[in-house]
Design a protein around this ligand. Structure first.
Ligand code: CUA
Length: 345
């Protein structure tokens, strides 16, 4: 009973219940839908096997149990049964074929790159413990939140900047390893607008479980607007408030060597162009100023093993609570849809 309830408990945790759009069991995109069909076929076959085996098992237990007065009786001994052996060899082969055919066709279908040339192509880089997205030909670099238009296939060319990660957005896509040595290509497509939660699905270090990201699926119009906004960001635009202006200067001195605003290819740390439009800090923390200040002052306590924990400013005392507060003001007003854009100047 204890083992059973443990399994039940694990099943609930693993199914990711409680969080919308973080489940493979309610597919909302092509890759997830096709994977789900394969899951259903496997479950159907396994259930069938389970029922047949258990029925035979129960029957044999009852039919051949020891009866009163037979305590010392030796049952009839048989050796070998050709017919039976053929049956229990052929049936599993057939069952495996039933599982293998759809598995293989789905695998090849989801790896197809037909139409890739004309589609939106994004280079995805997995890093300990964040994701970088570079839109090919658009001069857009971003991190953590990836914007896509609904109903379109988006091709992801994925590579790792350090160790092996795995890109997985259960509700809309299959799962794909992200390796340091070679590119893996996968496409994703969301049927409905919405935010889809993604997880790193390969143990990659201390903060593997905190390597979350999001796919934000919007209408084609909103997507085009997003692209325009992102492309027109002026990385040096002066913020309105004085504290944010001071924050901008502090940011330039202490943070810009790793982070970038705008389409700069610097990607030691996450690109922060649209930081003001995020719903999480560092992918996992609540989007609140206090959290951001704490994160700047002590990233190690929030996401152990992340590279920002080695930032020089943490040791030279140049950023205290007051400074971090100003940097937070600056970062939180970085909204490409609102801030001064190149085209508006
Ligand atoms: Cu990256 Cu786990």
């Amino acid at each position: 009973i204890r083992t059973l309830s443990l399994f039940g408990f694990m099943a609930i945790i693993l199914s990711g219940c409680g969080r919308e759009n973080l489940t493979a069991l309610v597919p909302k995109g092509y890759g997830a839908e096709e994977s789900f069909k394969v899951i259903l076929i496997s479950i159907a076959v396994m259930t069938l096997v389970f029922i047949v085996v258990m029925t035979i098992y129960t029957y044999v237990l009852i039919r051949y149990r020891q009866k009163k007065g037979q305590e010392n009786m030796i049952p009839k001994q048989t050796e070998g049964n050709k017919a039976l052996e053929v049956v229990w060899t052929v049936i599993p082969i057939l069952l495996l074929i039933i599982i293998a055919v759809p598995t293989l066709t789905t695998t090849y279908d989801l790896a197809s790159t037909e139409g890739k040339e004309d589609a939106i192509n994004v280079n995805v880089t997995g890093n300990q413990y964040w994701w970088h997205f570079e839109y090919q030909g658009e001069e857009i670099q971003t991190s953590q939140d990836m914007y896509i238009p609904v109903g379109e296939k988006i091709y992801l060319t994925m590579r790792s900047g350090d160790v092996i990660h795995s890109f997985w957005v259960p509700s809309i896509s299959g799962k794909m390893d992200v390796n340091p040595e070679n590119d893996n290509v996968m496409y994703i497509e969301a049927y409905e607008e919405g935010v889809y939660y993604g997880k790193c699905a390969e143990l990659c270090g201390e903060s593997h479980s905190l390597m979350d990201f999001k796919i934000v699926a919007v209408s084609q119009e909103e997507y085009d607007q997003w692209v325009t906004d992102m492309q027109n960001v002026d990385p040096e635009a002066t913020p309105e408030s004085t504290t944010a202006q001071e924050g901008q200067e502090l940011f330039a001195n202490s943070c810009l060597s790793c982070h970038a605003i705008g389409s700069s290819p610097v990607a030691v740390g996450p690109n922060l162009t649209n930081f003001g439009e995020r719903s999480k800090i560092a992918g996992v923390l609540p989007y609140e100023k206090e959290e951001l200040v704490e994160w700047i002052l002590d990233p190690e306590s929030k996401k152990p093993g992340n590279k920002m924990s080695n930032a020089p400013y943490l040791n030279d005392g140049s950023i205290g609570e007051e400074e971090a507060d100003k940097i937070a003001d600056y970062l939180m007003q970085l909204k490409p849809s609102e801030i001064t854009t190149k085209s508006a100047e």
